[in-house]
Design a protein around this ligand. Structure first.
Ligand code: ATP
Length: 228
């Protein structure tokens, strides 16, 4: 149902112990939408994604997944609901080869063939792949679970521009199949080329939300938000 939101945060606050990081965050992701989460280091993007995925308890407010409040629902139940989280750590199976990893998650032919560069590495163990190959594998593994909502932190940090573009293209085509995507990506221009909307966070708050077109036409204004 495209009318239903894949994700909604309402007045969300969260932090670490007594340190409050997120303040009154309101955000939505619709099925089929790529939503970029932008903002300077320390703005709270990682904290927000962890809270949405269920790794951190909200101190206040609400998270709704596919229209239902998920309260204190643990991570594994959110996964079962169709939430897939890709953290900064590039989760691959270090001791398994690419082929074994794909078999383990029952990646079907079309998924397994997402990234031709990975096919050339079929017999390599996860730990021995390059950073870009690991992230391609991590995305393939995440997609093999057939998520309805994909939360991605630092999609291309430290990776070559070409790999970043390939990953972002895959994110876009994935959303086009009806998956909602919320993605943190340092390269604003690249992600805005594939996103529908973008939120800008600063000091734990969402300060602006606009269509990607708006930001693409005003990259200077966007940069100013990072600095001020
Ligand atoms: P970056 O791009 O640098 O990861 P970010 O926008 O993802 O930045 P967060 O990592 O969510 O921001 O950090 C937001 C704030 O929370 C920062 O002030 C950070 O110091 C603080 N913080 C993050 N993790 C912890 C933690 N485990 N304990 C205490 N404070 C933390």
């Amino acid at each position: 149902d495209l009318a239903e939101l894949a994700l909604e945060a309402r007045g969300l606050s969260a932090g670490y112990g007594r340190v409050q990081v997120l303040r009154d965050v309101n955000l939505t992701v619709r099925p089929g939408e790529v939503v970029a989460l932008l903002g300077p280091n320390g703005a709270g993007k990682t904290t927000l994604l962890r809270t949405l995925a269920g790794y951190l308890r909200p101190a206040g407010g609400e998270v709704l997944l596919f229209g239902a409040s998920c309260g204190r629902m643990p991570v594994y139940k959110r996964c079962r609901q169709g939430v897939s989280f890709m953290g900064e750590e590039r989760h691959v199976f270090p001791g398994l080869t690419v082929r074994q990893s794909l078999r383990l998650v029952r990646a079907q032919g079309e998924q397994a063939a997402l990234f031709p560069a990975l096919a050339d590495r079929a017999r390599h163990r996860g730990a021995l792949l390059s950073g870009g190959e690991q992230q391609m594998l991590a995305l393939t593994l995440a997609l093999a679970r057939k998520p309805r909502l994909l939360l991605i932190d630092e999609l291309s940090l430290g990776l070559a521009p070409l790999v970043r573009e390939r990953l972002l293209d895959t994110v876009r085509t994935t959303a086009d199949t009806g998956v909602g995507v919320l993605v943190v990506e340092q390269n604003a221009r690249s992600v805005l080329d594939r996103a529908d909307r973008a939120y800008v966070m600063r000091r734990g708050e969402v300060v602006e939300e606009r269509p990607a077109d708006h930001w693409r036409a005003d990259l200077d204004g966007l940069a100013a938000l990072y600095l001020s």
